[in-house]
Design a protein around this ligand. Structure first.
Ligand code: DON
Length: 304
């Protein structure tokens, strides 16, 4: 477990980088967030959470929600049912690309690009009576914060600018890989993305990924084998087109979102969340990645 002072020092070290990168503006509600925010939180297996910078300020988790969705699908489906509809390979394309979906006949490369997460959201819609309500319950349970909520303004903003995600969903439907009403699933998917959580909430919520699939009070969320597999997918596809660079620099399974958050896992040890809104060319937090790189170097930890 790092010391509080180390986290403070690392945040101070990356502050001069604030101003580089670009805040996501394709979702208007996200474009309004200050690019000068930076925070980090670490939760360890003994249950303590420490943080520095803006670590208690909620932000839009965006694609980090794809970890919760896949976890939900793993709780509800046999793995063979999931992998019949979504692949396990890095995409090599941007997270919201359409071309591969067409070329590969409606089967998305992995559950962390938009196409894959839309199929997972479709699967949740099929098995859950009230998917948005149920997913919120799961996230509140995992984070231990009963006031975590959807940001209705962000969800509505995404819905108003949903042409690309809708196109992806309809394209998959044309190949038979999308079963529910597209509009309904888009609404659920945008709500998951709109979850507003802090670094502290997210590092706590993700601790099961460092704890063989169980919460710290011993509740099995997914099995140890499912946990190992989920972490493997995070390591290969969690940072989209930047997964190789992230593995090289940080060396941990992780997942980013266009809100500027990134979660990372040190199996058997801790869950980490960083946040800084400005993104690099692959859509991953620029300062957040640097912060994780410095932390993993300082701790001398990597899965490689
Ligand atoms: O669907 C979208 O485009 C967004 N709600 C989520 C994209 C995202 O976070 C990709 N992350 N880097």
């Amino acid at each position: 477990m790092p010391e509080q002072a180390l986290l403070e020092a690392l945040v101070a070290e990356v502050r001069p980088l604030l101003g580089q990168g670009k805040v996501a503006d394709y979702i208007p509600a996200l474009a309004r967030v200050s690019p000068h925010k930076v925070g980090i939180a670490v939760t360890s297996l003994d249950g303590t959470t420490i943080g520095a910078g803006d670590w208690q300020e909620p932000f839009s988790i965006q694609s980090i929600s794809k970890v919760f969705s896949l976890t939900g699908a793993m709780m509800l489906y046999e793995e063979s049912e999931i992998w019949a509809r979504v692949g396990k390979e890095p995409s090599g394309h941007s997270f919201n690309s359409l071309v591969q979906v067409e070329l590969e006949r409606g089967k998305p490369r992995n559950p962390f690009i938009n196409a894959g997460a839309l199929v997972i959201a479709d699967m949740l819609q099929s098995r859950l009576g009230a998917p948005m309500h149920r997913m919120l319950e799961v996230v509140r349970m995992l984070s231990g914060n009963g006031s975590v909520n959807y940001d209705k303004v962000v969800a509505a903003s995404e819905y108003q600018h949903s042409a690309r995600n809708a196109a992806i969903a309809y394209l998959m439907k044309s190949f038979g890989n999308f079963h529910n009403d597209v509009d309904k699933v888009l609404k659920s998917y945008f709500h998951y993305c709109s979850l507003s959580m802090s670094c502290a909430d997210l590092s706590r919520a993700m601790i099961y990924l460092a704890n063989k699939g169980s919460t710290l009070d011993g509740r099995e969320v997914i099995s140890p084998t499912q946990n190992r597999r989920l972490n493997a997918l995070l390591a290969t596809s969690g940072l989209y087109d930047g997964a190789g660079e992230f593995a090289y620099r940080v060396g941990l399974p992780g997942k980013s979102g266009v809100g500027g958050g990134i979660i990372a896992v040190i199996p058997g040890d801790m869950a980490i969340c960083v946040w800084s809104p400005a993104l690099d060319a692959s859509g991953n937090s620029l300062v957040g990645t640097r912060l994780l790189e410095l932390l993993s170097m300082e701790l001398g930890r990597s899965i490689f």
